[in-house]
Design a protein around this ligand. Sequence first.
Ligand SMILES: Cc1cc2nc3c(=O)[nH]c(=O)nc-3n(C[C@H](O)[C@H](O)[C@H](O)COP(=O)(O)OP(=O)(O)OC[C@H]3O[C@@H](n4cnc5c(N)ncnc54)[C@H](O)[C@@H]3O)c2cc1C
Length: 660
Amino acid sequence: MRKKAMSLLLIAVLVFANITAVFADSTYTVKTGDVLWKIAEANQLTWQQLAEVNQLKSPHLIYPGQILKLDGTTAEAVSSASGTTKAAPKAPATAASLKRGDLTGEGKGVHGNIQVAVTMEGKAIKGIQILWQDETPGVGDIAIKQISDEIIKHQSVAVDTVAGATISSKGILAAVTQALGKAGVNLADYQKKPQKSAAAGTLIEKQADVVIVGGGGAGLAAAVSAHQNGAKVLVLEKMPKVGGNTIISGAAFNAVDPKRQVPLGIEDSIEKHYTQTIEGGDKLGKPEMVRTLVEKAYPTLEWLESLGMKFKADIFTVLGALWPRTHKPVEPLGTGYINTHMNYIKAHSNDIEIMLNTKATELIVEDGRVVGVKAESADGSVTARASKGVVVATGGFGANIEMRDKYNKKWPALTTIKTTNHPGATGDGLFMAEKAGANLIGLEEIQLLPMGDPVTGSLSGNIEQGVENRIFVNKDGNRFVDEGARRDVMTKALFEQKDSFMWVILDKHSYPTGSTKNNFNETIDQLIAEGRAFKGDTLEDLAKQIGVSPENLVKAVAEFNTAVEKGGPDAYGRTLFADKIDTAPFYAGARVPTVHHTMGGIEINTSAQVLDKAGKIIPGLYAAGETTGGIHGSNRLGGNALPDTQVFGKIAGESAASGK
Ligand SMILES: Cc1cc2nc3c(=O)[nH]c(=O)nc-3n(C[C@H](O)[C@H](O)[C@H](O)COP(=O)(O)OP(=O)(O)OC[C@H]3O[C@@H](n4cnc5c(N)ncnc54)[C@H](O)[C@@H]3O)c2cc1C
């Protein structure tokens, strides 16, 4: 108690004397099953602080018995183990940078308290320093930055929260409010709603044949096809750039393609793709929608090629695809889809306009027909009228924590599970379409992947190169699931493992050289250098590096290799095999569950026309991509979403251009 009080006194002295903290008396001995971010959270630190102070090559590289320093400083080496978790000073790493007059405050975020220091000059808020936050990367952290800027700009804590990041938004607002409370100012002066700027009051009128909401994969495909069918097009995109989830995707595209599959000896058929998609979604997909998807996947791939997009000759099986029919574009990630459409759009810029930073808020309905869209931009309020049709292509709601929590029925609480999605995936189109009478289906069908980065939830750093050549092992080094199974099956099995944590294990077959890249454009050497993957000359060596039992890992790989030889289903029911894992170097990469895709959404027909609750077509309204439901059922096959966006994006453009 006395020691803690002395520590706190010391922090106070150091903070206000503006000198670097230099004590190191708190330690923690790592127990079996510990993960770094949980230790950090329990000690009110960030994992980055712990990794830095303990000079960890990787946040995943901790082992039972290891002694971690908890004080966030880089003081002397630790000599004794305490075996217990002691409270550590909050955010001491930044204490040195606090200035006299900085006011600190805390507010509840998604992953612990958000801590800030506010700098005042007289009565003016001059700066907001984030001392500590662990919000969802790409979602909560962006909200914190945006709101801090807004508070300073408007000198108000009554600024709007960021859609899809309400908890983080409220956390930063509460933290700044608390800090202001210590300034002895009249809080009411900072709680006035900011006046709308002159620009925001400006009315912008737009007219096009087809207005498209959302500049991601489906929206841009619709823009190109609407133009090819004679329409003048306006695309509204709320983010500062086009691309959405499509541009950050792994780009895997399923299509039955005899031209590429037959020379590789892969037997396939439209019927097989259909059956696997229907069965893989527990028969909840609408048969006619699935039929359209699988039949048009290859002609749509050819359409993309006709627009200049290039796909590799190789065919593989992306995770959860269930069959080798996955195509990979030549350009990295999903940039090929977006660049292809943008090249066309730029070449036809007289007829296709894209308005960035323009958030659609409402569909305009007149006499039962959708005739336009209302939107807000920094330049003013937009009324975009569409003489032929409006296409909603706003993507899914994987980044909207409130919606995930509201609709989730089958997973453990998703509040703190991270996501692979971009921050704009907040389900806006669903609200707008529903208000215009659309029927929403399957919203509870939320897809998680077992392939999230333990720190960010993103797919980057995923070392797998296809399903056939890798296994998953848990923290004990044991396999636990058919690694070729459906995504929901694998993720459920992962939730049952210690800390919902696993290692992907593979060998040289996946990475013939150190400069071989994964699906996310990262070389294996780069991942190893960053401590995000591990390399061993033997399986025992690899096991030691990642802290799993060498005996178990060797046994798991040996059993897998026997199954490869036999070719039949193994003890887990796995049937997808190619090479043995028998050639050094061996590699490992850590993964956890992450929210990936929302299968439910706006109900459409095979012409991408939106249906109302009675199953009738809503005139003038079309939708495509992840904002729609009824295709993937309860579980989307890996590699089926991009064909979905392109097939139905193209159809939506055609239908809207014809005004049918
Ligand atoms: C990391 C990652 C990897 C993936 N890998 C694959 C893969 O390899 N293969 C596969 O088949 N699928 C994959 N998926 C899924 C697939 O990428 C998505 O389902 C697909 O890209 C969705 O496309 P979309 O056009 O419907 O939405 P997006 O591409 O997300 O586009 C929607 C756009 O609408 C904008 N928007 C939203 N609201 C508004 C509004 N109110 N006003 C204006 N604009 C708005 C958004 O900002 C966004 O730009 C992956 C997904 C992720 C996140």
